[in-house]
Design a protein around this ligand. Structure first.
Ligand SMILES: O=C1O[C@H](COP(=O)(O)O)[C@@H](O)[C@H](O)[C@H]1O
Length: 231
């Protein structure tokens, strides 16, 4: 069914190969953007699973000074907090992080104001060259959670804003890129590991995006990188 929808499937046997393969794919896409347009625009996911991928990506030799980096989503906390996705990127992309152009989502004003500020800054970065999505066991991607009142609207390619203030399942404030930024990216990648997430993904094929937001992305040009073994 994914193939019918034009979704590419890349399966790797080990967590190490998964991280390396995803890093190679992202680095190649960044090189292509750098060669074509002189700069590359990248949006990455946070959470817990991307650490080996981030470390592998940071080992690639690239013109990092011309790479523009942001997050697909952020918890509304400052970057010194353990749950900050910015903190995760700073730490695990450490050898290259200070060389690239960084656009934070969290600005410290209020979630709504930060969404406006980050969205305005990201206007100049459209379309993104590469987005790397993750997925939670509840089917959320970025910080687009099932059951949020405005989630159907935010998932649309024509969502008004590029960045929105949202609430996670535990009601903690988040910031997220919307469908407007995510669907327009030239390369759209989804990284998942483990049987549980595979079952969520398969279930999403039959579900409405409002109940299972990843469903909104299960079509071309999505490329799914899957490893059965969860590190
Ligand atoms: O809350 C989040 O969770 C998802 C999934 O995280 P993972 O560690 O299970 O892959 C992530 O994609 C998102 O960016 C993050 O903020």
């Amino acid at each position: 069914m994914l193939r019918e929808r034009g979704v590419a499937w890349v399966e790797t046997a080990s967590p190490a190969a998964h991280a390396q393969g995803l890093a190679e794919t992202v680095a190649a896409a960044l090189r292509e953007a750098l060669a074509s347009r002189g700069e590359a625009r990248l949006a990455l996911s946070g959470g817990r699973s991307p650490i080996p991928f981030l470390q592998a990506l940071a080992c690639h030799v690239l013109d990092w000074e011309q790479v523009k980096l942001t997050l697909v989503d952020e918890r509304w906390v400052s970057s010194d907090q353990p749950e900050s996705n910015e903190r995760l990127l700073r730490r695990h992309l450490q050898p290259v992080f200070d060389r690239l152009h960084w656009q934070p989502l969290y600005q410290g004003a209020s979630p709504a104001q930060d969404a406006v500020t980050a969205g305005a800054a990201l206007l100049k970065w459209q379309p993104l060259d590469v987005v790397v999505l993750g997925m939670g066991l509840d089917g959320h991607t970025a910080s687009l959670f099932p059951g949020q009142p405005q989630v159907s609207q935010w998932l649309q390619p024509g969502a008004g804003a590029l960045c929105a203030a949202t609430l996670a399942a535990d009601a903690s404030p988040r910031l997220t890129l919307t469908g407007r930024a995510l669907h327009s990216a030239r390369r759209q990648l989804l990284a998942i590991s483990g049987e549980q997430k595979l079952q969520v993904l398969i279930g999403a094929l039959e579900r409405a995006p409002a109940d299972c937001p990843i469903a909104a992305f299960l079509r071309a040009p999505l490329e799914i990188h899957y490893c059965p073994d969860q590190a």
